[in-house]
Every structure is written in structure tokens, then in C-alpha cells.
Design a protein around this ligand. Sequence first.
Ligand SMILES: NC(=O)c1ccc[n+]([C@@H]2O[C@H](COP(=O)([O-])OP(=O)(O)OC[C@H]3O[C@@H](n4cnc5c(N)ncnc54)[C@H](O)[C@@H]3O)[C@@H](O)[C@H]2O)c1
Length: 276
Amino acid sequence: MSHQLLKGKKGIIFGALDERSIAWKTALAAVAEGAQITLTNAPIALRMGKINELAKLCNAPVIAADATNMEDLDKLMQASMEALGGKVDFILHSIGMSPNVRKNIAYTNTNYDNFLKTLDISALSLHRVLQAAMKADAINEWGSVLGLSYIAAQRTFPGYNDMGDAKALLESIARSFGYQYGFAKKVRVNTISQSPTVTTAGSGVAGFDVFFDYAEKMSPLGNASAEDCANYCVMMFSDFTRMVTMQNLFHDGGFSLTGVSHLVVEEVLKGRAANS
Ligand SMILES: NC(=O)c1ccc[n+]([C@@H]2O[C@H](COP(=O)([O-])OP(=O)(O)OC[C@H]3O[C@@H](n4cnc5c(N)ncnc54)[C@H](O)[C@@H]3O)[C@@H](O)[C@H]2O)c1
């Protein structure tokens, strides 16, 4: 049900690859709530993904930009303002990729060129997006910028590899740039730390299905879905959250504050019984 929470607002959505992407669901939710958007992704993702289907559903132009390339991002800011007829009110940074994860290279034996790419694509790109937006003065006062994070920024999840370090940096950039952008233009910057979610990026992580099930059993509300995350993003883009900035906001059904759950204890007991 639409509440027109984003009526009259304009935004840029990074990272919709296919219908499972959190950015895909967020684009649909933002448009249903009355927003006008542009969609963007890396040129290779535009060729391989399904973004044109989404563009039709959202009546949104697609503008190619590699989020590690400043020139692309500068052009994206100008092209988005032209297409939308003015400055934007929100930006979703929904970008993550680790060549080490993709190639199954162990954290302890990392390839440092890959590691630097992970940090560039998954974390520094948020800084680049914010810098490009600030230079172009592309965001209205009280605008809202969101990145998507994961609890591996605070706690170790071995299969998550160097993405844990990238997420720690991403959250730090949201705080540091959020301070600057808040004083300069009243723009807020936050990250949402999402439950494991079945998407291309998510399921690429080693052992994903096991920690998906584990998180489901550990979270009093269960894992938050991509649709739930999209709704939370809409709320964070809306005027109802205008005083929230520099935060990492857990959207995980309670996982982050649960030490152990009775469901996990039952699983351990079952394992013991099976072994005795
Ligand atoms: N899926 C999960 O379990 C989960 C959990 C917490 C946080 N997240 C985060 O959510 C975000 C979105 O991921 P998703 O799960 O929807 O997966 P996804 O694979 O659908 O989205 C990742 C996107 O990043 C884009 N991308 C990669 N390199 C890029 C570049 N150089 N320039 C521009 N875009 C680039 C991809 O094209 C893709 O669209 C990521 O930051 C991810 O780390 C995901």
C-alpha cells in the first residue's frame, strides 16, 4: 500500500542488477511511494543484467557509471539532474564486489591487488559518489544518502573475507562524510546493515546458505527480506527521518543484539544427540 512518502522527491539508485537486487526492490518501492528516479550501474552490469526491464517499470532513464570512476560519476550527477529537472533528494549506494571472494582466495592468503579493488568498489565508491554529488551541488538540503552494509563490519564472519574490511570502511566513510555534508548542506548520510539476503552478491559468499539459515535461527524476527530492506530505505529517504545521520542502522530482525537463541541451542543439542 502506498503512502506517497516520497511524493515530489527525486533520487538516484545504484546497483540494480536483477529482480533479486536490494536496489531493484528499492527502486520499485521508491517509485510506488511517488519518487522519480534515475537508475545506474557499471557498464558491464548494464550489458549482463536486466536493468532495462526495471527502467520500464519505473519509467526511469538508465545512466551508465562505474562507481570507481570519478568522470563517470560527475557525468551521472549532471545527467540525473537534467533528466529529473533539478537536484535530487536521495541516493542509494547499493554496490559491493570482492574479486577475492569471487576467486575463492582465502583471507589469510589474500591477493592485495584484489583487496584494493574490493575496497575501491565496495567502500571508496561511497566517498566518490558523495564527492561527485557535493561538487555538482546535486543534493537538496535535508537530502538522504544510504549505503548498504553487513554486520561483518563489527564481527568476524570468515567466509565474508575482505568484504568485512570493506564494510567497516564503508560505515566509517558514512560517518566522516556525513559530518561534513551535514554541516555544509544539511545532507544526511547513513548505512543500513542488512540481514543475509539471497542476491547475486550475497550468494557469492562462501557458505552463504549456512549463515543465512544460522541468522534466521538467531534473529527473533527472522531474516529481513530485500523487500523489507527496500521499505526501510524508503523511510530513510523520507522526511520522517530527517534528523538521522552518520548512523549504521541494523535491519536484521534482532540478530545483532542476540547472544544465542533457543533455536540454535536446540540445533547444538540435536547434533550432540546424533553423535552420542
Ligand atoms: N545480499 C546480502 O546478503 C547483503 C547483506 C548485507 C548487505 N548487502 C549489500 O547490499 C548491497 C547490494 O547488494 P545485493 O545483495 O543487492 O547484490 P547485487 O549483486 O544484486 O548488487 C550488487 C551491485 O553492485 C554493482 N557493482 C559492482 N561493481 C560496480 C561498480 N564498479 N560500479 C557500479 N556498480 C557496481 C553490481 O553491478 C550490482 O548491481 C551491497 O553493498 C551488498 O554488500 C548485501
